[in-house]
Design a protein around this ligand. Structure first.
Ligand SMILES: Nc1ncnc2c1ncn2[C@@H]1O[C@H](COP(=O)(O)OP(=O)(O)OP(=O)(O)O)[C@@H](O)[C@H]1O
Ligand SMILES: [Mg+2]
Length: 228
């Protein structure tokens, strides 16, 4: 499903001429329907890894394949098509401030041209799954950080993605809510969705007993499973 082959990413930097090395010779493979944690301290390269997967960034070196397709060779249209199959929960949420919770989640379905009843049913299902149905009419500014995070999760789940990428999805949640979200991801995973969760909370990954790829200063220092 996902292949990283000797991937390095160097960002241009205003503070050093050689730039910032966010990823350094990263190689791994994730099979379809796997559940994988990417862990590591702040700055280790976790978000960079996810941004490369949706082609928001391109690698400085190496190759990335998703569903057998080399991301560097994709044209704009194929990138759009690829992104439709991926549910992404970004670290910063990225909710639309002028839309309600319901509309934030419903938007992807409407863009696809889903029927009105279908939009309503599926959006409410997703909001119920994250415990936010009572707030469907609220605007993001009226939500707590944890609630906003759960809206972002509902928005990713509503597309029934083939691949779910989550960047610190439980950062603003207490242990109990974090556990509930992880259980939800597990259910989604059981239905066949490949799940990749980036987190600096190693304990969370350990509790879930899933494969863990550990990053340190841009390098894979440990991979508890999978054929590399
Ligand atoms: N757009 C950018 N331009 C320049 N440097 C960047 C950019 N994005 C990330 N970096 C740098 O790349 C390194 C890896 O950043 P990244 O965001 O991938 O880490 P992370 O593991 O997600 O950290 P965190 O746990 O804090 O979210 C850091 O040193 C960061 O400062
Ligand atoms: Mg990050």
């Amino acid at each position: 499903m996902i292949e990283f082959e000797h991937v390095s990413k160097v960002y241009a930097s205003t503070v050093s001429a050689e730039g910032v090395q966010a990823l350094d010779d990263v190689t791994f493979m994730i099979q379809k329907a796997e559940f994988v944690f990417v862990v590591g301290p702040s700055g280790a390269g976790k978000s960079t890894l996810l941004r490369l997967l949706v082609r928001e960034e391109v690698p400085t070196e190496g190759e990335i394949r998703v569903g057998g397709k080399n991301l560097l060779r994709l044209r704009r249209r194929s990138i759009t098509r690829l992104r439709r199959l991926i549910g992404v929960i970004f670290q910063d949420g990225r909710l639309l401030p002028d839309r309600t919770v319901f509309d934030n989640v419903a938007l992807v379905l409407r863009v696809r041209g889903a029927a009105r009843d279908d939009v309503r049913w599926r959006t409410q299902q997703a909001l119920r799954a994250v415990g936010l149905l009572p707030k469907e009419g609220a605007y993001p500014r009226a939500l707590s950080g944890g609630e906003r995070q759960r809206v972002a999760i509902a928005r990713a789940l509503v597309r029934e993605p083939v691949l779910l990428l989550a960047d610190e999805p439980t950062g603003d949640l207490d242990d109990e809510s974090a556990g509930e979200i992880m259980e939800l991801f597990k259910v989604v995973n059981t239905r066949g969705t490949t799940v990749v969760v980036a987190t600096h909370e190693q304990g969370l990954a350990a509790r879930m007993r899933q494969r863990t790829i550990q990053l340190m200063a841009g390098r894979v220092v440990k991979d508890s499973g999978g054929a590399v």
